[in-house]
Design a protein around this ligand. Sequence first.
Ligand SMILES: NC(=O)c1ccc[n+]([C@@H]2O[C@H](COP(=O)([O-])OP(=O)(O)OC[C@H]3O[C@@H](n4cnc5c(N)ncnc54)[C@H](O)[C@@H]3O)[C@@H](O)[C@H]2O)c1
Ligand SMILES: N[C@H](CO)Cc1c[nH]c[nH+]1
Ligand SMILES: [Zn+2]
Length: 440
Amino acid sequence: MKRLDTRDADFETAFAGLLSGREEQGQEVNKPVADILASIRKDGDSALCALTQRFDHLPVTPQTLAFGPEEIAQARAQVAPDLLDALDVAARRIEAFHKAQIPSDMRYTDDVGMTLGMRWIPLDAVGLYVPGGKAAYPSSVLMNAIPAKVAGVGRLAMCVPTPSGVINPLVLAAAERAGVSEIYRVGGAQAVGAMAYGTATIRPVDRIVGPGNAYVAEAKRQVFGHVGIDSIAGPSDVVVIADSKSDPRVIALDLLAQAEHDELAQATLITPDAGFADAVIAAVEAELHVLSRASIAGASWRSTGAVLIVRDLNEAVSLANHLAPEHLELMVDDPEALFAQVRHAGAAFLGRFCPEAVGDYVGGPNHVLPTSRTARFASGLSVYDFLKRTTFLSGGPEALRQIGPAAVALAHAEGLEAHALSISARLDALDAQAATPANG
Ligand SMILES: NC(=O)c1ccc[n+]([C@@H]2O[C@H](COP(=O)([O-])OP(=O)(O)OC[C@H]3O[C@@H](n4cnc5c(N)ncnc54)[C@H](O)[C@@H]3O)[C@@H](O)[C@H]2O)c1
Ligand SMILES: N[C@H](CO)Cc1c[nH]c[nH+]1
Ligand SMILES: [Zn+2]
């Protein structure tokens, strides 16, 4: 963990190190991921099964790659009713938020009489990656699948690793609740490769979405272009801006809530109060003695954790904007005022009683969010990830007469004769028609 004060002489250098550290994640996995993708492309199912055996210690054949309907029904039956109720609370809230996102088609007729517009069309088939290496994520099943369903996607194929064959039944229950059509017990870069290129068992999809570790994130980056992807949602990160009125233990737990995801997760506190900073650091250490996932959380906190002591809250937001976090908590008296200055964050959590963990499960907005500073240019998963736009133009002779000549001139300027002729031939025909006396 780095404890930095903006008043220190070497702060700029140390902060620049923090920023670059955040972007460099994944560099060393380029080559292994490229090799995995190449073998899936070449050998399909047999490579997928061999890699699943190697990385997830699961003997699997093409016949057992998919979960069957009985397995899914059995899994649901194993889940306690109160947990199914909780799943339903989450699903309904996620559904409501994403339904509210559905955009409207656009259509208008302009001054030359052309009708112009844009139609939103759902994708045919999407691949949903649900992480499963170090923890099971039923909540991520809902966050991936519900927006796709709401958007109207026809085929939802989901991949989830099942290390040594162990699957959390709630993951399958969540997939069933969300309307996932196919579920495969594979993970990592090989799952991304299978969904992108297709195998004999897994038909290719058009877009792959969902979070995952550095291998999954890199695989998505490498298959991009062949298929679409959402943002890169890799190891989680959080920036908490807190003043000294916050409870240090509560803030420590907010930091650890992200740190416990992954050794590569990044948790940062920014506060104007040095005494409060030290109280939070002490509280983190105390919690690390009792948390069940202390080894992961502790590794994350020690290697990438940071505590930044600033002059005031304005400076805090300015640093947070540089860090462009996946999650930004504003644990201060007037969070709205601070939020007005926020430029880069995947999701913001405003107020002392709105912790990030609520958003992970039951808030409604998506928890699949841009990590590793990609919130500078990317947004969280939404219905827009499952829709594409087709623009349309519809016009008659009058409109062509008015705007056609400009197009002909531009086509000539680009040296594209067929373009020019495709318009001028029509204009000539219109002129000829106009010159012909009308029959009868
Ligand atoms: N941003 C979000 O919305 C969000 C949500 C949930 C989880 N997460 C993040 O997702 C990640 C989940 O990671 P995870 O590891 O638990 O699950 P995961 O499913 O992403 O990764 C597990 C897979 O990684 C592959 N793998 C592991 N070691 C490998 C190696 N040495 N070489 C090649 N492949 C290897 C294996 O194929 C394995 O199946 C965490 O970083 C967590 O922070 C993010
Ligand atoms: N915080 C994660 C996104 O970075 C999502 C998650 C799922 N379960 C718990 N948390
Ligand atoms: Zn979380």
